[in-house]
Ligand binder design. Structure first.
Ligand code: FUL
Length: 698
């Protein structure tokens, strides 16, 4: 030894370290464009098109271009808002199912060129592309395969048209990062005046292989979204969550738009055949498009924060939709909620407590520095901690040096080598033993765990099961502050209002006259009797700091105290009252033996001036039983009903099962009749969380 110079020894060591080969990849693997896409994490959807002006979710295709007339359209405002929120791109509904084009397509008259906006000289796609470039954002485009306007929809001629449009979008607006192909395909429509139902074979009609080639040819780095990708997959719901177990791989060939096993999209498949990561698409309001009636229904900060953790925190991306309003702007309320959510997340994940702490691992690949535990907390996405080949369990300990309080744990796999971890846990060192904080399954590109705060000197990560040796590129630990959420306001059937805060030690102030509650407003001490139609507003306040939450507003119509179910006959169906119990969580389900239509009759207990009705579909996880078609009547005596005041469909209720309100000219009556004619999946039964009325007068 003594003859060997030290520098040679050091060199030998270096060479041996560098000689430790990287772990073998575990396929299927992400493509380069998918790796780039993963890093975007958070980007925006803009639903803005003909529906914005017709107050619809799905236009029929028969709308006149004359209706498209935003007064202050400003794509720079969209881009500015998104940029400030830390979003990385914007996807625009260039064409939705109604077929209206936001760019002056050479292949149709059904576009902005025949609208009054900018006297037909405008191009929304161009304006957005320019704004994205200016604000350094990526541009994405939604082009609906279904076209309820086009006369040839259903034939091969339409496919040529669709491809021509795709080519226009892929060649005229610079680089595109994502192309969005929606799964809704075929059904009733205007179709050039035919006004009929046209079904297509979703698997074959679009000849997807050749259609997608257009994107490949002109935009090689763009990912394509659809239920089955091929670049990015739908997450199987529009409610804002990915599964806790979420594989970025899936048996792709089992899927096509509308496939019955779409629920698998929420978790992917451990034995997936393709890399097809999930994108959580969700609107900041109940609908995708702007409806003034939803101005007070912008998602709460709590909801948005939850969605963040249930998407980005669960190995998916977060595609947050803004229903751009009729002015052509993201509504102030949406901006406000977005920024509040972003601020909460910023504070939650502000100071990484793991960075630069002492860290050790039970197993290090080849005992090489290149793969040691430090690589998991060095903030470098190119380095990772790994164990030897075949070593599929290993632990890593972060030693904070002193007792540290934390309640968030962030972990990332080095996904160029594939998604590997199947099961992991984290533990805290307490009273000379390891105490479990969380036991979880997959990690993937990114996983963030939330848990009650823990104070400990050390944290241990255990990779318990993995497809191959783990490759962990990043671990972060945080202490998120207490969240001051606006309170929850509820009212029962008897008209008793209760208000709840989400944290201990907070006081609640409220009003019932429509004014904003301040510290001087009535202090909530328990139930408030409020039977009439009106508004209850409340806020929570921390008496120690004087900080107040934002205000919760609930609009109530008259309470349902006097209501009774006449049909279904309470003698045979004991659960009918669930649809009028003022509890949105309880659901009535019709008798399985009875076929549709199902007739419901309610006695309101008094004659009222009515100008509408409401149907709240089940808010539970699975929405079978949701009514898609109905008729509605009013009667003075419960015997003579006359013509229906409303009949038709609850559009897009399958994907957006929110409160449905249908208004009509005021009429007096004591009985209402609601006939459920069709269920979204033709299940043969229907469900109702709540039925309500709109009484005339404020
Ligand atoms: C759905 C569509 O049918 C909705 O209208 C919306 O565009 C949403 C993002 O995708 O499936």
């Amino acid at each position: 030894m003594k003859n060997i110079p030290l520098f040679l020894l050091a060199l030998a060591l270096l060479v041996s370290c560098n000689q430790t080969p990287p772990p073998a990849a575990v396929g299927p693997l992400p493509a380069e464009r998918q790796l780039k896409w993963h890093e975007l994490e958070f980007y925006a959807f803009m639903h803005f098109n003909m529906n914005t002006f017709t107050d619809m979710e799905w236009g029929t295709g028969g709308e006149s271009p004359e209706l498209f007339d935003p007064t202050e359209l400003d794509c720079r405002q969209w881009a500015r808002v998104c940029k400030e929120a830390g979003m990385k791109g914007i996807i625009l509904t260039a064409k939705h199912h109604d077929g209206f084009c936001l760019w002056p397509s050479a292949y149709t008259e059904h576009s902005v060129k025949n609208s009054p906006w900018k006297e037909g000289k405008g191009d929304v796609v161009r304006e957005l592309a320019d704004a994205c470039r200016e604000f350094d954002l990526e541009l994405g485009l939604y082009l609906s395969p279904w076209d309820r306007n086009h006369a040839d929809y259903g034939t091969n001629t339409y496919i040529t048209y669709f491809r021509n449009q795709l080519t226009e979008l892929m060649t005229n607006y610079g680089e595109v990062f994502e192309v969005w192909f929606d799964g809704a395909n075929g059904g009733t429509g205007y179709y050039g005046g035919a006004n009929e139902e046209r079904r297509v074979d979703r698997k074959t009609y679009y000849d997807w292989l050749n259609t997608r080639q257009i994107v490949r040819d002109f935009q090689p780095s763009a990912v394509m979204f659809s239920d089955a990708g091929p670049g990015v997959r739908w997450v199987g719901n529009e409610a804002g969550w990915a599964g806790e177990t979420n594989w970025s791989i899936i048996r792709k060939d089992e899927f096509y738009p509308g496939s019955p096993n779409y629920k698998d999209l929420t978790s992917g498949h451990e034995d997936g055949t393709h890399w097809l990561p999930a994108e959580v698409d969700v609107s900041i309001r109940p609908g995708w498009y702007y409806h003034q009636s939803e101005d007070h229904k912008v998602k709460s900060v709590k909801q948005l924060v939850d969605i963040y953790y249930h998407s980005i925190g669960r190995n998916a991306s977060f595609l947050l939709n803004f229903p751009v309003d009729r002015r052509g702007l993201i509504h102030e309320k949406d901006v406000e909620q977005l920024m509040k959510m972003v601020e909460v997340i910023r504070r939650d994940l502000e100071t990484d407590l793991a960075r630069d702490m002492a860290v050790t691992a039970t197993h290090v690949r080849g005992n090489a520095r290149k793969y040691d535990a430090r690589k998991a907390i060095d903030g470098d996405p190119q380095t990772y901690w790994a164990s030897d080949e075949g070593q599929t369990s290993a632990s890593l300990i972060i030693d904070f040096g002193s007792v540290t309080t934390f309640n968030r744990f962030l972990i990332q796999e080095y996904i160029p080598l594939g998604q590997r971890v199947k099961k992991f846990s984290i533990e805290a060192w307490k009273d000379n033993a390891w105490e479990e904080i969380a036991m979880q399954t997959t990690v993937g590109y990114k996983r963030i765990l939330r848990f009650d705060q823990v104070s400990s000197e050390k944290l241990r990560l255990n990779i318990l099961e993995s497809k191959a040796c783990p490759a962990i590129t990043n671990i972060e630990v945080y202490h998120a502050p207490k969240l001051m959420e606006p309170p929850l306001i509820e009212r029962d059937k008897q008209g008793m209002v209760t208000i709840g805060s989400f944290d201990g030690g907070l006081e609640i102030h409220y009003t019932t006259d429509g004014t904003e509650p301040s510290v001087n407003a009535e202090k909530y001490m328990g139930g408030i009797e409020f039977k009439e139609k009106g508004q209850v507003k409340a806020m929570v306040r921390d008496p120690e700091t004087g900080l107040a939450s934002s205000v919760t507003t609930r609009n109530f119509d008259i309470c349902k105290e006097k209501w009774n179910v006449v049909l279904p006959d309470p003698q045979n169906d004991h659960k009918g009252w669930l649809m009028i119990d003022a509890n949105e969580g309880s659901v009535w389900r019709s008798d399985l033996q009875k076929e549709l239509p199902q007739t419901i009759v309610i006695d309101l207990g008094e004659t009222l001036a009515l100008s509408g009705f409401t149907y709240l579909p089940t808010q539970q996880r699975y929405i079978d039983g949701t009514i898609s078609q109905y008729r509605f009547y009013v009667s003075m005596d419960g015997k003579r009903w006359g013509e229906p005041l409303f009949m038709g469909e609850f559009s897009n209720i399958r994907n957006s099962p929110v409160l449905q309100t249908k208004k009509f000219d005021s009429i007096r009556g004591r009985y209402i009749k609601f006939i459920a004619e069709r269920e979204i999946n033709d299940k043969g039964f229907v469900t109702i969380a709540e039925l309500g009325v709109v009484t005339t007068g404020e």
